[in-house]
Design a protein around this ligand. Structure first.
Ligand code: ADE
Ligand code: ZN
Length: 324
């Protein structure tokens, strides 16, 4: 590989491990576990990836988690992502997982964390990627469920860096989870939240003010509120933007219409990520190439995005300095 072909070293900070489940692996796990799938083969499943908005994607995403049942399944899932991420130039990954999508099906939290940690603990040596876990709460379920999940996670906290908030956004404002995030912070966990993906700019401010998050996942709708943009710039709050996801979930019409250049221009600390790469047409390197081609981003801007990804990470300052 020549230097110009080598992908930029980067961190991936917005990646749902369940969203890396490729159709071929889904069918392999279904066979292994005797799980029924309503599609004939991986191609037929792939053909179902025509989403009209976030909820239509989430319905399929949660349906497919049914094939993930054993520690080995979660380890295989994470290993497949890490192998692909290494080719994308990823040197550090902060990976979401959705415990409630599994415990609600009778899969124990220890099975999920055990499998993921088995792959992540080998990642530095095998793939040159340091990796951390972000436990994410499903915001469309009651706050009491999230609190119970946080308490169930206490035996596993040495493996968990942060908590997050995802799933259906509209109608589930951040403030619903005030108590959960306060308890998470008291346990020493860092805090992030999806906000301003489909939901209004006010959810972004609420996630900062009420939940005390350090980073906003997506955040693209901040561009509708100039005062909010000024605040995000002044405080250098990182936004983990996912261009392919925004197009596939119809938050943005086409990649050429994506607000990423305007966000960079405004001085926001933006990063580029893949969100759910199996569902949205590409991994983080594909997202970088996509925005370069569709939006005409310069090499300098791409390097800024890669540098921002390390800057916005939860890595200790000394490790950040090595990677920057
Ligand atoms: N869960 C997985 N991907 C998500 C997204 N893009 N938004 C909200 N919840 C999600
Ligand atoms: Zn996401």
């Amino acid at each position: 590989m020549t230097a110009s072909q080598r992908p930029l070293p980067k961190a991936e900070l917005h990646l749902h491990i369940e969203g890396t489940l490729e159709p071929e692996l889904a069918f392999e796990l279904a066979r292994r576990n005797g799980a029924e799938l309503p599609w004939a083969d991986p191609d037929e499943l792939r053909a179902a990836y025509a989403f009209t908005e976030l909820q239509s994607f989430l319905d399929l995403y949660y349906r497919l988690t049914d094939v993930l049942r054993t520690e080995q399944d979660f380890a295989d899932l994470a290993e497949a992502y890490l192998r692909r991420a290494a080719r994308a130039g990823v040197r550090h990954a902060e990976i979401f997982f959705d415990p409630q999508a599994h415990t609600s099906r009778g899969v124990e939290l220890g099975t999920v964390v055990g499998g993921l940690v088995a792959a992540l603990s080998e990642s530095e040596q095998r793939h040159g990627i340091s990796a951390q876990l972000i436990l994410s709460f499903l915001r469309d379920l009651p706050a009491e469920d999230a609190l119970r999940t946080l308490r169930e996670a206490k035996p596993f906290l040495e493996h968990i860096t942060a908590v997050g908030l995802d799933s259906a956004e509209v109608g589930h404002p951040p403030a619903k989870f005030r108590e959960v995030f306060a308890e998470a912070r008291a346990l020493g966990l860092r805090c992030v939240a999806h906000a301003g993906e489909e939901g209004p700019p006010a959810y972004i401010a609420e996630a900062l003010d009420v939940l005390g998050v350090e980073r906003i996942d997506h955040g693209i709708r901040c561009m509708e509120d100039p005062e909010l943009v000024a605040r995000l710039v002044a405080e250098q709050i990182p936004l983990t933007v996912c261009p392919f996801s925004n197009v596939r979930l119809r938050c943005v019409d086409t990649l050429a219409d994506h607000p990423l250049p305007a966000m960079l221009e405004a001085g926001l600390l933006v990063t580029v990520n893949s969100d759910d790469p199996s569902y949205f047409g590409g991994y983080v390197d594909d997202n970088f190439a996509g925005v370069r081609d569709a939006l005409g981003l310069t090499e300098d801007q791409l390097r800024t995005l890669a540098r921002n990804s390390f800057q916005a990470s939860f890595l200790p300052p000394a490790r950040k300095a090595e990677l920057l």
